[in-house]
Design a protein around this ligand. Structure first.
Ligand code: SAM
Ligand code: DTB
Ligand code: SF4
Length: 321
């Protein structure tokens, strides 16, 4: 049963259950709603890198932090389409274009992004964007261009949010997610662990996601990639058990969602990743780069798929109604 009325206490109880019980329950729910051998393979491309005015403490692309990320203007449409084509050839069915913007502006760059969306859509891939905040009208324009999904993360709990970002608020995040939903674009929203948040913050974020009027179709769970020069550069690595608890709880409370084992895989062994799939993760980012940081390469992932007998999920192009 799909529920949107989970209480924090219920989520906390699931989250804190003994690990093996938690994984068993998540694996059971996973099998009721998904083919457990199937894993969605998505490719990310940073179409506009660096120079972002926001102060997200985790982000290497924020202009105010001194990281090694070089600022680039928006890529050209044909360059992006060539990358999408490459990703498709390598087995990806979803292509997500990211921009280091606070929000979308109604300018020539946005028109170019709309062209990119049209082009990727024509390649029969699920086309996704993550461009920052969106107005309802901009969401409509993206939908009309063929956008399948939009990523906008809550990142953490409402209580911890101000410790991580001060240049916008939690309600701004929720408003954009609502604008995406209203435009009938598939919603991709999740967060990051390992930023110094406590267990209540993790539960709080999951609670907000699972009590939205409709669950996101996809929920990325990122482990912080600590980047030199950002305020979070010295954060300790999260343990696999913390990832497993997040993923399994997300799987149980949002059964139909694609739960994505997102950033952080470069620091995980194959066995650790396998545990995450057992706990209900059924989506990954593939390709040797996320937006600006490293990710396991295609060959390494193909090997993992072979060992675990996983198969890439086909693009699901049916539109939301
Ligand atoms: N600028 C847009 C925004 O913030 O919505 C889109 C791009 S932004 C880089 C997309 C998401 O990437 C963030 O919301 C965050 O969850 C994730 N992210 C960024 N840097 C990260 C890091 N160092 N480790 C883990 N996840 C990160
Ligand atoms: C998401 O939840 N994780 C991705 C994607 N959505 C846009 C981004 C991860 C970024 C990791 C840091 C970097 O490579 O810059
Ligand atoms: Fe900018 Fe997005 Fe990075 Fe925040 S997460 S600094 S909004 S690119």
């Amino acid at each position: 049963m799909i529920r949107n009325n989970w209480t924090r206490e219920e989520i906390s109880e699931i989250f804190n259950s003994p690990v093996l019980d938690l994984v068993y329950r998540a694996a059971t729910v996973h099998r009721e709603h998904h083919d457990p051998q199937e894993v969605q393979v998505c490719t990310l491309l940073s179409v506009k890198t660096g120079g972002c005015p926001e102060d997200c403490a985790y982000c290497p692309q924020a202009a105010r932090y001194h990281t090694n990320v070089k600022v680039h203007k928006l890529m050209e449409v044909d360059e992006v389409l060539a990358k999408a084509h490459e990703a498709k050839e390598a087995g990806s069915t979803r292509f997500c274009m990211g921009a280091a913007w606070r929000e979308v502006r109604d300018n020539r760059d946005f028109d170019k992004v709309l062209e990119m969306v049209k082009g990727v859509n024509a390649l029969d891939m699920e086309v996704c964007c993550t461009l920052g905040m969106l107005t309802p009208e901009q969401a409509e324009k993206l939908k009309a261009a063929g956008l399948y999904a939009y990523n906008h993360n809550l990142d953490t709990s409402e209580e911890f949010y101000n410790d991580i970002i001060t240049t916008r608020n939690y309600q701004d995040r929720l408003d954009t997610i609502e604008n995406v939903r209203k435009a009938k674009i598939s919603v991709c929203a999740g967060g990051i662990i390992g930023m110094g948040e406590n267990e209540q913050d993790r539960i709080g974020m999951l609670h907000t996601l699972a009590t939205l009027p409709e669950h996101p179709e996809s929920v990325p769970v990122n482990a912080l990639v600590p980047v030199e020069g950002t305020p979070l550069e010295d954060q300790e690595k999260v343990s696999v058990w913390e990832m497993v608890r997040m993923i399994a709880t997300a799987r149980i409370i949002m059964p139909k969602a694609m739960v994505r084992l997102s950033a952080g895989r470069v620091r995980m062994t194959l066995e650790e990743q396998a545990l995450c799939f057992m706990a209900g993760a059924n989506s990954i980012f593939a390709g040797d780069k996320l937006l600006t940081t490293p990710n396991p390469g295609v060959v390494q992932d193909q090997e993992m798929f072979q060992i675990l007998q996983l198969k890439p999920r086909k693009a699901h192009k049916e539109q939301l109604v």
